[in-house]
Design a protein around this ligand. Structure first.
Ligand code: ATP
Ligand code: MG
Length: 455
């Protein structure tokens, strides 16, 4: 396949009607970017992006119900029957709209090529221009199809200039090279190494987007982190991880703490990128606690580092908290000798909502260490015991047979922090002995405590 070749494409109906609708009013419209690349690779594109000569207001006017919110001239067209919107972007050069006062076909043709020229890599800088329903021509001014066949990732034009324009391309290069198993063209690779330092200027939001695509992609994400390290990007983007290089591991598998962390990440499901992050970051504290001559407290130090890192990447609060809690709790040492009360205290410390994640993290941690689960007393046993305990016994002050109002009434103490402390103490007692969870028994206990400690 090369520039100008005719190519038959089976379009989803909504995409076909957007292209046809624009052609009907005399505008040029083409498929561009990743979807053309995916089609040439024989894959069904996830998103179909359209570029057009029509200005945004014309696009929005043609397709009722479309939304047009951003300043870049991208209109999201909602066509009946389409699950998600189709992004239609007016041809642009360097972020500005083309001057369309003298629109003619030649100029439009040029505009499409200008639009492609501002894209990142040759394989992402191709278009499919329809000529008749289902048949169009490949517009490939930079040799993307040839590079794709050769397994080569290459910047459009001068790689130094392109990386200077937008440092996110450094990370995108890594993501694509790994996802499509491509070599990076030598000139592009040299430029990436030269510009690696500029990745420090990238916003957390944009980096998070790429990171999530690496974590949820079809290839083990450790490969992308390995390539980032090789290209000098890892210490710039995630110095906390780079610091794990060379930190020794007393594990059955070879490698250092970074190798171990990457393996743990890979062992967790791509469908849950937050859990994969917990795997990646669970031993972050080992670099700093090693400097003190031990790994003691690495889970606490690591949780703080992991939370700060995720804040830098602008992850949502809930996900930061989830990862922080997982890292903080990952060092539990279960043995078959644990009493039922110990199991209940463990559940209370971890939180019922986090149990499944914590067991998944530990299983990945163990796998990444080369530990095999014992037949008895292992993770599966603890999971079964926590499951039974959660179903059977109260683990939360809200499940006690008394509440704050009852305590306040019966003991003649005003509601407030003292009542809260009494409830916590009662729960501790019930965790030790669930049979105490009855109103008379709890009130007797509380009365006893209040009489010996009237404050
Ligand atoms: P994916 O299949 O992962 O979505 P994609 O190629 O569609 O890959 P997007 O981030 O969705 O990637 O971007 C769509 C297109 O926009 C790209 O194919 C590329 O042409 C262009 N593009 C996106 N980001 C950049 C960038 N930072 N610099 C230059 N061009 C970009
Ligand atoms: Mg895309």
């Amino acid at each position: 396949m090369r520039d100008g070749d005719r190519l038959r494409v089976t379009l989803p109906q909504p995409v076909a009607s957007v292209l046809a609708g624009l052609a009907e009013v005399g505008e040029e419209a083409a498929l561009v970017g990743g979807c053309v690349r995916d089609l040439l690779r024989g894959e069904r594109p996830a998103d179909w992006d359209v570029a057009t000569s029509a200005p945004p207001e014309v696009v929005a006017g043609l397709f009722p119900g479309s939304t047009w919110q951003n300043p870049f001239g991208t209109v999201t067209v909602l066509v009946p029957g389409g699950e998600r919107g189709i992004e239609v972007t007016t041809y642009r050069i360097e972020g500005r709209y083309r001057d369309r006062r003298r629109p003619d076909h030649v100029r439009w043709g040029r505009s499409l090529i200008d639009d492609l020229a501002r894209r990142d890599f040759t394989m992402n800088a191709m278009a499919w221009l329809p000529e008749e329903p289902g048949i169009g021509r490949l517009v490939d001014p930079f040799g993307g199809a040839g590079d794709l066949e050769a397994g080569l990732l290459r910047a459009v034009g001068d790689p130094d200039a392109r990386l200077e324009e937008d440092a996110l391309r450094l990370v995108r290069a890594v993501r694509f090279a790994i996802r499509f198993e491509q070599r990076i063209d030598p000139a592009t690779e040299i430029a990436i190494r030269r510009h690696a330092g500029s990745a420090s200027t990238l916003s957390g939001e944009r980096l998070r987007g790429e990171l999530l695509r690496i974590l949820t992609g079809p290839v083990a994400p450790s490969r992308a982190f390995g390539l980032m390290e090789e290209l000098g990007l890892l210490p710039v983007l995630v110095p906390e991880l780079a610091a794990l290089r060379g930190v020794p591991q007393a594990k059955n598998l070879a490698g250092d703490a970074l190798d171990h962390s990457l393996r743990a990440m890979d062992a967790l499901p791509a469908s849950d990128p937050t859990l994969r992050l917990a795997g990646l970051l669970h031993d972050l504290g080992k670099a700093t606690t090693l400097a003190d001559g031990h790994f003691i407290g690495h889970e606490t130090a690591g949780a703080d580092l992991a939370e700060a890192l995720l804040r830098r990447f602008r992850f949502p609060r809930g996900e930061i908290a989830r990862v922080g809690r997982l890292v903080r709790q990952h060092m539990f040492a279960y043995g078959g000798e644990w009493t039922d009360a110990a199991v209940r205290r463990f559940i209370r410390r971890v939180g019922v909502d986090l149990l499944d994640d914590l067991f998944a993290l530990r299983a990945a941690d163990d796998l990444a260490s080369g530990f095999t689960q014992p037949a008895e007393g292992g993770l599966a046993e603890l999971a079964a015991r926590t499951f039974a305990a959660v179903a059977a016994d109260p683990l939360d002050t809200r499940q006690l047979a008394v509440d704050g109002h009852i305590l306040a009434d019966e003991l003649g103490i005003p509601p407030g922090p003292r009542i809260g402390r009494l409830l916590s103490r009662l729960l501790e007692a019930v965790l030790e002995d669930p049979s105490l969870n009855q109103r008379p028994a709890l009130l007797a206990l509380a009365r006893d405590w209040v009489s010996t400690d009237p404050a």
